[in-house]
Design a protein around this ligand. Structure first.
Ligand SMILES: Cc1cc2nc3c(=O)[nH]c(=O)nc-3n(C[C@H](O)[C@H](O)[C@H](O)COP(=O)(O)OP(=O)(O)OC[C@H]3O[C@@H](n4cnc5c(N)ncnc54)[C@H](O)[C@@H]3O)c2cc1C
Length: 544
């Protein structure tokens, strides 16, 4: 029998990210994956700004960018009647290089990292190779979870390698990152709620090496073809030589026909694969039970419009990881692991809703379609103009949702200090930097050109800002008594104090704000107890 601290089931992007963060925290884990190798399907292609901040913190952002779409490639989104014509609409979005120049030139709290286009079939093997280098992580492909039991101290998992008898892995905790059909979720009897089986689509991967240079409408990442009722949607992959096509086609063969028609120019291509996938808007009614948790697609299924699938899952992994590490290290309080559900499930529900809104934006411009759209007549021109003007508004609900991506806040969390008032709208699609407790610490450039985020270690950080002399000894003593790691960081730079709005900020290991104020005084012990999960913030809320 193998014994470990955390057993992670599923080496998709979420399981791999969780394994990496736990590995960097020195937690012993076993990551098992039933497939013999990483996926070859395209699936996701865009890591959002928050995911890239997380990967920066894990020290791998530039490695991911090196493997992804070249840094100077524009990220424009087009609507056109074919790939050979002029666009009806071009929504311009900067390349990573341009976005980085913009980020460097502003100190207004906007996220530290821009997005990155990287195909899931590139990202997964890359993450796998990084995780395999972690001394405390064992990665086993070709190893499937069959079932598990749990008691007060352990989870015992029966796994099958297909070679010889089943094995048992005993772990203190198990995390199911095993995708939409999650066996872990099913064995816990957790149901998904929402709208399932909305629509079936086919996705095909094409090798079409000349298209990127030859399409006259220009370089970009998404090309929507205004041809109903299938509405082909062509997505650039990271090599710039591969493309995916999404369409509600009735056969695999039809996908090649649709691609050819959408190109509408003499150009060579090869269809490499086709698969079917189904759109869902679902969220699990619970994110775990006892010593077993679920994360990523196992916990929520969105329509990928808006790119909130893997990106939401990476957020789950980062929320759960430090809580598992803290509990295993002995300083995490009883509220810490249950707070995973309290913090991340509302974000799952919110992001499912945001994906639904993004999808309805897309459906609304598609509703302007009429078969005469290509006609060179006043009627044809009017149809094109109407669809273009709707696209210009509605498609932005898919591509301009930085607030959803980076502005989430853990409202009502037992770990977050209950500040009086409602706080800024946590569902605002536009990102507004805030240090309201529960929010992610906004990025700020320091006077020496370094980023505040990069100065924060793996434990808690108390930021003492703007030359404040506030006495922090009480918090240091309280964290010391609990055994929780705390750094006190004095930052004199004015922009940080300006964005923080307070002299003191207590930031958690995942960079979310636990508490803020101008003095700690006699509340220091309670603040430390709440932030480490020893004392629920709800108790303070209800006593007010
Ligand atoms: C067409 C399409 C486009 C998308 N675009 C985007 C995008 O741009 N951005 C975005 O954020 N998301 C996007 N997504 C969603 C994204 O692909 C998923 O959200 C993501 O793959 C979820 O990652 P995961 O690790 O949770 O699960 P998965 O990637 O499903 O990984 C689960 C893993 O668990 C393994 N497994 C399952 N059962 C067992 C078992 N019993 N034992 C061992 N292993 C097991 C599976 O083999 C699999 O490798 C897209 C999805 C699709 C279909």
């Amino acid at each position: 029998m193998v014994e470990t601290q955390v057993l992670i089931v599923g080496a998709g992007p979420v399981g791999l990210t969780l394994a990496l963060d736990l590995g960097q925290r020195g937690v012993r884990c076993a990551l098992i994956e039933r497939n013999e190798s990483s996926i070859r399907l395209p699936k996701m292609e865009r890591c959002n700004a928050r995911t890239m901040e997380i990967y920066r913190r894990l020290g791998i952002a530039e490695t991911i960018r090196d493997a992804g779409l070249p840094r100077n490639a524009p990220m424009d989104v087009f609507l056109a009647t074919s790939m050979s014509g002029p666009p009806l609409v071009r929504l311009p979005y900067p390349s990573v290089a341009e976005a980085k120049v913009e980020i460097a030139a502003h100190n207004d709290g906007r996220p530290l990292e821009p997005y990155q286009l990287i195909s899931q079939y590139t990202l997964e093997p890359l993450l796998r190779s990084i995780v395999e280098a972690q001394p405390s992580v064992t990665v086993r492909f070709g190893c499937e979870l069959a079932s598990f039991t749990q008691d007060a101290a352990w989870v015992s998992a029966r796994v099958s390698t297909g070679k010889g008898p089943d094995e048992t892995i005993r772990a203190a905790y198990l995390v199911g990152c095993d995708g939409g059909a999650s066996a872990v979720r099913k064995q816990l009897g957790i149901r998904l709620r929402g709208e399932g089986n909305i629509r079936k689509l086919r996705q095909a991967l094409f090798h079409c090496p000349e298209l990127y240079e030859r399409t006259p409408m220009g370089k970009g990442r998404h090309y929507h073809i205004a041809e109903g009722p299938l509405f082909p949607f062509i997505i650039l992959q990271d090599s710039t030589r591969h493309w995916t096509l999404h369409a509600a086609a009735s056969s695999d063969h039809e996908m090649a026909e649709i691609f050819k028609r959408s190109l509408d120019m003499p150009i060579g291509f090869e269809m490499l694969s086709v698969n079917e996938w189904t759109q869902h808007l679902l969220c699990a009614e619970r994110y775990g039970e006892g010593r077993v948790f679920i994360a990523g697609d196992a916990a929520h299924l969105v329509i990928p419009t808006g790119g909130l699938g893997m990106n939401t899952g990476v957020g789950d992994a980062i929320d759960l990881s430090w809580k598992l590490a803290a509990t295993l290290a002995g300083w995490g309080g009883a509220q810490l692991l249950p707070s995973y559900d309290r913090e991340r499930r509302p974000i799952g529900l919110r992001n499912v809703k945001a994906s639904g809104a993004a999808m309805s934006g897309r459906l609304s411009w598609r509703a302007a379609y009429h078969p005469d759209i290509r006609e060179n007549t006043p009627a044809g021109a009017a149809i094109r103009a109407e669809m273009a003007s709707r696209f210009d508004v509605e498609q932005r609900k898919v591509t301009e949702i930085l607030g959803i991506e980076a502005g989430y806040r853990y409202v009502g969390s037992p770990l977050v200090w209950p500040e009086a008032g409602d706080g800024p709208d946590p569902d605002n699609p536009h990102y507004v930097p805030t240090t309201w407790p529960g929010a992610r610490l906004p990025h700020v450039w320091l006077n020496d050109g370094t980023a505040l985020h990069d100065r924060l270690g793996p434990g808690y950080t108390l930021l003492r800002l703007g030359g404040s002399q506030a006495d922090v000894a009480g918090l240091e003593r309280a964290c010391g008594a609990i055994g929780a790691p705390l750094d006190v960081l004095d930052i004199l730079d004015e922009p940080v104090r300006e964005i923080a709005g307070f002299d003191l900020l207590l930031v958690r290991p995942d960079l979310h704000v636990a508490w803020r104020g101008n003095r700690l005084a006699e509340e220091a012990g309670t603040i430390a107890s709440v932030a480490t999960g020893r004392f629920a913030a709800d108790t303070i809320r209800s006593s007010r």
